[in-house]
Write a protein that binds this ligand. Structure first.
Ligand code: NAD
Ligand SMILES: O=C(O)C1=N[C@H](C(=O)O)CCC1
Length: 250
């Protein structure tokens, strides 16, 4: 059977360099290009890449995806910074290239995907819910893509269940003291040397609390998800948001 021809964008970065090694080690894949900042995107077409693993920066990701989708190259995207406007733009490009698949995964680690799922399930049973994400201090964006997605899933679950707004008597607060408001859910971002990627979802009800915590201790935690994404995206046209859609979680 022929091997899947995979390219990595952001190949010298923290997660990109790990992805290069993971693709090289996968029996069913061939690494055909490993591009860094300033490298020509035409290398992707010249190398016959079928799937691009996009692990760059929010400033670069849209131009890279524009190129990939225009050339019918599928993409697995871990880069953060997704807004409704960006997703709409990407969907417009995909409409002109209906065979092409793009997976955007706020987090590729199975534990983080399960954290999001468990938080979504638990959200409607508790009066209060807040998200704390903790990352290495080289991270460029806050809150993390994972925390943003977690908060959105929680908010949606609470809306569907008709939950009342969260109790919070705070009337005076220093800017930022109550975190960022993501769809009504407070999200707090910690940046600390020694950490990689961690998240706690704190839920509180009368007389009890529930804490759901996940820790990525090494970039290797993201690799099975990236490889699964690359295998599945080639037969899944259009936009898929979240690795959970490629996992049998129900
Ligand atoms: N979804 C996930 O599971 C997951 C996990 C870890 C990191 N991330 C995200 O992945 C992104 C990268 O994270 P990182 O920690 O590796 O950052 P990093 O800064 O270490 O790496 C980014 C790399 O991309 C390169 N780059 C920038 N523009 C480029 C371009 N146009 N073409 C090719 N390369 C380009 C940079 O030079 C750098 O080497 C961030 O958005 C981060 O949040 C996602
Ligand atoms: O290290 C990072 O940067 C990470 N970014 C993603 C996010 O913003 O959620 C996933 C975890 C690691």
């Amino acid at each position: 059977m022929s091997k899947l021809r995979v390219a990595v964008l952001g190949a010298k970065g923290r997660i990109g360099s790990e992805a290069v090694r993971a693709v090289e080690a996968a029996d069913d894949m061939e690494l055909v290009a490993a591009l860094g900042r300033g490298d020509k995107l035409e290398t992707l077409t010249e190398s016959g890449a079928q799937v691009v693993v996009e692990l760059t920066t929010p400033a670069s990701v849209m131009d890279n995806l524009d190129f990939c989708v225009r050339h019918g190259i599928h993409a697995v995207v871990g880069t953060t910074g997704w807004s409704e406007e960006r997703l709409a733009q990407l969907n417009t490009w995909l409409a002109d290239s209906p065979e092409t698949g793009v997976l955007i995964a706020p987090n590729f680690s199975i534990g983080a995907v399960l954290t999001m799922k468990f938080a979504e399930q638990a959200a409607r049973y508790f009066e209060s819910v807040e998200v704390v994400e903790l990352h290495h201090p080289n991270k460029a964006d806050a809150p993390s893509g994972t925390a943003t997605r977690t908060a959105q899933l929680i908010a949606e679950a609470r809306r569907k269940a008709g939950c009342a707004p969260q109790p919070d008597a705070t009337t005076t607060a220093l800017d930022g003291a109550r975190g960022a408001d993501v769809d009504g859910v407070p999200v707090h971002a910690i940046r600390l040397r020694g950490l990689l990627a961690h998240q706690e979802v704190l839920l509180g009800g009368e007389g009890e609390t529930l804490t759901i915590r996940h820790d990525s201790l090494h970039h290797s935690s993201f690799m099975p998800g990236i490889l699964l994404g690359a295998r599945r995206v080639v037969t899944t046209p259009g936009l898929t948001f979240g690795l959970e859609h490629f996992l049998d979680l129900n």
